[in-house]
Design a protein around this ligand. Sequence first.
Ligand code: NAD
Length: 682
Amino acid sequence: MSDAVHLSLADDIALITIDNPPVNVASRAVRAGLMMALDRAEAAGVARVVLTGAGKTFVAGADAKEFSAPPRPPHLPDIANRIESFPVPVVAAINGAALGGGLELALACAARVAAPRATLGLPEVTLGVVPGAGGTQRLPRLVGLEQALSLIPEGRVIGAAEALRIGLVDAMTDDPVAAARILALPDRPATGARPAPACDPVAIEAARKQAARRSPQQIAPQRAIDLIEAAVRLSLAEGLALERQNFLDLKTGDQAAALRYVFFAERAAMGQGKAQGADVRSAVVVGGGTMGAGIAYALAGIGVTVTLVETDAAAVERARANIARLFDDAVKRGKASAERAASDMERLFTFRAGYDDLPPVDIAIEAVFEDLSIKRQVFAALDAALPETAILATNTSYLDPDRITEGLRNPTRFLGLHFFSPAHVMKLVEVIRARDTGPETLVTALRLAARLRKIPVLAGVCDGFIGNRILTRYRQCCDVMLIEGALPAQIDAAMRGFGLAMGPYEVQDLSGLDIAYANRKRLGWKTMPGFRYIPIADRIVEETGRLGRKTGAGWYDHTGGKAVSSALIDGIVVEESARAGIVRRRFTDAEIVARATAAMVEEGFRILGERIAERAADIDLVMIHGYGFPRWRGGPMHWAGRVGLSEILRRIEGYAAEDPLSWSVPDLLARAAAEGKTPEEL
Ligand code: NAD
């Protein structure tokens, strides 16, 4: 018997236990072990087989590591078929997560018993594929078309109680193995032998629209719907064959490769927080505005006590109201009871105006105005008020952390923790290693990020770190296209067409034009030598006072919740082209996308070349989780690798030849292209 699968025979029952820690993925060893165990159980002439998982999971799915290679037998669909046609009933005792291939095995069983903590789902579409071992054919036969449509195309995972309600499991009990041994089996055909569910064209059409809205341009969710629809008209054998063909076809495609890559990059980033280190139990958060309130609320969410420091009594009250609003939202969304929210706010928060009598906390996180001298005053005060063991972190977006630390007693415990807005929602945090940041400081911060269930990405010190630096370059490239002939709405639409959540001008309207304006001033773009300065955005702020949605107008007019192109803004754009002596030309959407993405990749290669980021994957995680880059394209660096670095190089060389002030080839890109490497190999 294989180590990954155990068989025990007693009382006419074969108990097969899948034991492949940590999460019992259906690796080749598990598949081979299962086939062997089933053969032995049959030879032993048992009356029933109970199939379960060791530890806390049933089977968490296929082994995504095997996805990049051709599948090796025995294949999961064959095991599912063997279970379904087994001479005696096989009952699944679902002790924990039954996901993907795990649920497909359970679906082939004669009945299913689940522990209350079990989770069930077919999340394959999140990896760019469809279920490949009968999920799309057996699930609709078991729970009906509508439920299958609500689960598979978005990869939704449900709890045992819901699974019981929709008929996905037959019973829920604390000891599913014991229950599976004695469960009275209803007299019914195997799932696969049941009649196909009734066709429901309305439900199918609704699911298609929903998938197109939720996962635009993604192939797998639509294919999953095709397959569920096929279950209505095809025999099981035909449906299974069609499903397998789709699975194998999607598996080798660009989208699945990108989604797998991001999945592993996330796992690696989150794994960094598993290192041994001190656990943060108490924190000071300085500044209770947009970011401070969100950070403080996130910390409280993992039981960290927070002392929130503001400037004066009025600011304290504003901060208190900001945090109370976050608790209220959670209550409204049904995430917490009103009593629980009130008691957490009372129990976990203290508010202070100033630094007198601060408790000796483990960490202080600063989120005050983006102003170097204010931040330096804050850190001087924290340095004096807190024990020397406390970690000091800044949430600055652009300022140089090494200048903020000047004069600190012990700069090794200082670092940047760059959260994204809203800080309690966004999963990304850039962990900025400042000049003197010590290793224990980093480890503690990474552990904290892991407890907050964030994706931490290590970054070195530079203007804007990874994400805002790429954003700045990308926007500058778009501004050049404006002055040469494009309009904001066209650029936004083209970038949305590529898959970005929003276009660059829509994003500015959301976050406020004043932020980028202040940044351009700080960098001195207007007078910077050797730099192609485009005055359009500055003119909008200085002459029109349109700062985005918060003022009802920015790049667009915002009326009745809609963004409408503005003749005034388009007029300024055209005027600036004339002033610069530029004859405006037509840009195709493809050209806009090619240039804007090349600008991101160009900056990404600089960041990698300077070792601001350690890996291309880190850059991709930042752009996906902080800036709406489409996950299914794998991030700008992965995407560049798929396009081919020599092609990207050729594009940038072409742009640089016509506009050397805006473009130049990063050394690392030239080298990687010459050596035929992908960004991931650098
Ligand atoms: P904000 O204006 O909403 O809040 C700043 C808060 O700091 C205010 O409540 C203010 O009263 C308080 N404050 C100012 N000086 C203080 C002092 N000396 N002591 C104590 N409190 C003080 O600003 P924000 O958007 O929360 O940004 C805060 C920081 O986070 C900035 O450095 C910003 O660059 C950074 N950041 C912002 C975002 C974002 O999207 N808003 C994202 C990432 C990082």
